[in-house]
Design a protein around this ligand. Sequence first.
Ligand code: NAD
Length: 360
Amino acid sequence: MEIFARMSEYGYEQVVFCHDPAANLRAIIAIHDTTLGPALGGCRMWPYSSEDEAINDVLRLARGMTYKNAAAGLNLGGGKSVIIGDPKKDKSEALFRAFGRFVQSLQGRYITAEDVGINVEDMDIVHMETDFVTGISAPGSSGDPSLVTAYGVWQGMKACAMEVWHSDSLRGRRVAIQGAGHVGYHLAEHLREEGAEIFVSDINEDNLNRFVRDIGARAVGPDEIYGLDVDIFAPCALGAILNEKTIPVLKAKVVAGSANNQLATTADGDALEARGILYAPDYVINAGGVINVADELEPGGYNHERAMKKAGRVRQNVERVIAIAKRDHVPTYVAADRMAEERIAIMAKLKTKYVPAGLA
Ligand code: NAD
């Protein structure tokens, strides 16, 4: 793979290959863009079948974080890391400490967190070697982000309701939630309080039953959820669920949920637009999660009330996406990228202004 060619194609700043044979560590840290601030993004542990696969993944994910952090209004850039290995077999203290030392060597240009295959205990070991880590168990850490994420999704849903029905009230609206997990449950609490009619699907019986019992929602089958006669479809389970099979059967006017990578392909974003369905771009509406973890970086550490307040801004962010989509006559998934790119461009320009030393 031509790494520099790949880096220049999408403007990556730095790619760090981390190797510690004694600790059996092979990791890659990708820093995409630090215009807005240090690159924050999780560390993924995965048994990649080739180095190319690992490089592709870390580059794609790091760039995604630049957009996510920028669109969330955070003063953070985008980065990500991957550890090549099987999280079921290859974890060790040495591995995570070695990784932590590499993170520390970047002196805060990259701040790590949990991602697929990594848990709080792993990050606690990383923390032994570096200060540039979030999502640890120490006091001042943020913990489960799903309450904050759900609050942001609810607010983003209101922005969509305002656009489509000229009222942000969700009273009486029929909402189909896919996934009765952490975010789905907390989202439903807000919706129930507001008087929405809630439908839910899950493949996990326990989660489904708890949800139905506590929320008073109606359970439907995993495939039935897409074609329900509802106002809003809220994907809160899996990625790639907006695809050529599901989009034609949707009756909802709004798609607004927490799941990552909801569009199977960009053509599916166009298909939603063509069907007149308002899609709240996933990384904009689910930003409460990253807003929550980023709050750990504030002086004095994490503050839940402050994180919730910041997650309320998701509503303005979704409004802004809708405004850009109308301004530029583009689907909302394109508008979301433009919103992020515009913020980065403006801030980059701002940084060229001279500010006397010590004040910058
Ligand atoms: P979770 O694991 O608590 O809940 C997901 C639920 O989806 C589970 O109950 C699971 O059984 C269910 N599910 C799996 N396959 C399903 C299917 N085919 N049909 C219906 N249900 C199915 O996860 P979560 O923390 O609630 O996150 C939900 C989604 O939101 C994930 O895609 C996650 O990546 C994304 N997200 C979460 C956060 C957060 O703060 N937790 C932040 C940003 C994005």
